[in-house]
Design a protein around this ligand. Sequence first.
Ligand code: DPP
Ligand code: ZN
Length: 852
Amino acid sequence: PSKINLKDYQKPSFDVETVHLDIKLFEDYAQVNSTLKMVRQTTGDIVLFGESLELLSIIMNDKALTSEHYQQEDGKLTIYEAPDEVILDIQVRISPQTNTALEGLYMAGSGDDTMFVTQCEPEGFRKITFYPDRPDVLAIFTTRLEADKRYPTLLANGNLVEAGEVADAPERHYAIWQDPTNKPSYLFACVIADLDVLTDSYTTSEGRDVLLEVYAKSADIDKCDVGMQALKDAMRWDEVNYGRAYDLDRYMIVAVSQFNMGAMENKGLNIFNTACVLSSPETTTDARSFSVKAIIAHEYFHNWTGNRITCRDWFQLCLKEGFTVYRDQSFSADQQSSAVQRIDDVATLRAHQFAEDAGPLAHPVRPESFVEINNFYTTTVYEKGAEIVRMIANTLGPDDFRKGTDEYFRRYDGQAVTVEDFLSALSITDDKIEDFIDWYRQPGTPVVSGSQTYDSAAQTLTITLNQQTRHVKGFDAPKPLPIPVATALFDKDSGAIVAERMLLLDEATQTFVFENVASEPVVSLLRDFSAPVQLNYDYQDADLAFLLKHETNGFNRWQVTQMLVNRILLQSQGAKSSPEVYLEALAQTLPVLAADDAMLAARLLDIPSAQELASAIPQDYDPVLVKEQRDGLYQQVADKLKDQWATLYNDLPMQSYEDSAQARGIRALRNVVLDMALTANVEGAADWAQQQYDHASCMTERFGALKAMVNHQLPKANDYLTDFYKRFQANDLVIDLWFSVQAAADDVTPVVIKSLIAHTDFDWNTPNRVRSVIGAFSSQPTVLWTAEGLKMYTDVIKKLDDANPVLASRLLQVLARWNTLAEPRRQMAHEQLTDLRKNVASKHVLESLESV
Ligand code: DPP
Ligand code: ZN
């Protein structure tokens, strides 16, 4: 498969002014007629993209074209010698009913319970009709949908302008939608379904009355309130924080159970994976429900950062995603403790993005070439992209950042732009911001190392920092990046901060001198995780224990515990700490914190996942050893506080459900304490688990108890699994939990995974279900990295390669770290992956296997 390069970007030769789409859905196919009004921009032929389409006719300016006027090859249709103004009428036939790739127009559900939806980002529109399907072609869309009346819900972008019965076909009806905004084809959407709707309204700061609608199956409509409220909160938040108001009279969200992504920001018609929009206390955990709100906000925020200002080409994906993730993280930080929000965002970054950046699929936040753009919806583009925007925002400070974003919206509204354009707008108050471009170009996580010297005579403290980024194959030698290192000096006696500064490390090695420092302080670095780097500072254990006590915000305290844990668990990587200091510090901190901020207390007990630890091991990763060490430390924590778990648990009584930060904190901590108590074999803890399940007021309590029972192999675990299944049999999202708790169980075996796959409720066509088993299973490295585990995993990829290559390739990314495994696993993995490569055909999967 051929590579596409950023440096080859060329403007389209024709623009599209208007599109009229007419989609008629029939029993086993759909007919799509489109009328494009196109105008020449530069020299060259008309190039349209199309895949999986049956071309019926093309008429250009009333003249039917025949094969001598155009060429069709490799998904491209090139029309020769077009005049400067063209009306193209194109008729195609497509088969949404057999479209398992879930791109373009496809059928979700089965039997009597079906619906038709679209997914066009990044290149799905070309599976609906021939079109210049690229983000820098913006057009005004009018969409006519026609279908059998058993699908009463007919939706498309924009405003409904007409609806009615089809003449001569009394069983059919139609609707016509018009979107007044210029948009790229990847933001097109339509829905043909039988759905219920929850409605509400919102008046924008500009006085526009907006109709809000959340569409779902009738059985799910009672789970749409959380999402609706989040939508209204997000609309207000964007007005207050970025001065951005909504621009249409209608905002629709549709829930669909078969969806490759989390959700999609189509103009005025978001389409959501049910898992990312439905929420109710009885069926949804707090963590899930919180992420529902964040995703609703994310897609809403795209209306300005993505839709009104879009990407010139797909290399610029981070332009909309990095900024929008930063915006949704900021929104979420306003809905709970900002410390916990930062902890969760950093934990995700470290667990997944650092791993990606350490492996063979490492790529810049703005890649410079790709075979299949679907492979670049990655944590690097999204989460590292958000960290760059955060560094810029922190460097500028709130006022200048707002000036910069205002300028960005003012200058580029209605355009398709680049990362350079973004930086140029943000740098109006400070041109150093343009230097951040290298963060977008260079792969690899920088490692910042450092040490300090104190001169008591001169009363100066000198901090020396240096940065190093690994040289990733295929890229230029790494350059030093601008790295903001938020730093504070703590007085050893009083514990008070004596100096606070943002150090900007932008050379390979730099020294920073603090004057008038009366005695040698303890230095706290990278506060609030001021840059996405690995930090190795020359600390003594006692310094870290000191910081755990005196650091002033929750995030920094968490960061210190994580440093301690990493130094204990990664001895082989040169780190060094004994568990005693950590255990002692935890024992002192936890009981106080539990009463004060339960959510933070729960996070303080985090021990990084095996995958995250692995990302810090560049060579000879032994999954069994890492798991043993990790579990060993977990056991030590549990044992250390053994006498306290009962008190802690009893001090967190179950109450009637409430969706407040405090109530969520109590539920989170109770689940952690329960697991700790079971780990320490605290007498009676098995009963607590059963009681918690039996008397649960919500899914967080019930599922927390079930998970603990399963992971600790309690005698009653199977009975409870059965009960859980029976209670929630009708609810797919809960049954996903039922699958995942078994597939991710501590003692899971390939046999268990196979039996889950063989279960009647397992369904290869539903990505959520596939992920609930296969994704969960991949979180157990000791099972995954065995001959049997790898065989099973690669068989899954083979199976999905043809049916749903986007999903296949995404699942495959987990195996990317094979090349850092210790032998004999490395060899074993290499063989399986080589074999896989011979048995797959999609360019998605082949690109992901390039480094094998
Ligand atoms: N729907 C995905 C997201 O919102 C891709 N744009 O991130
Ligand atoms: Zn997004």
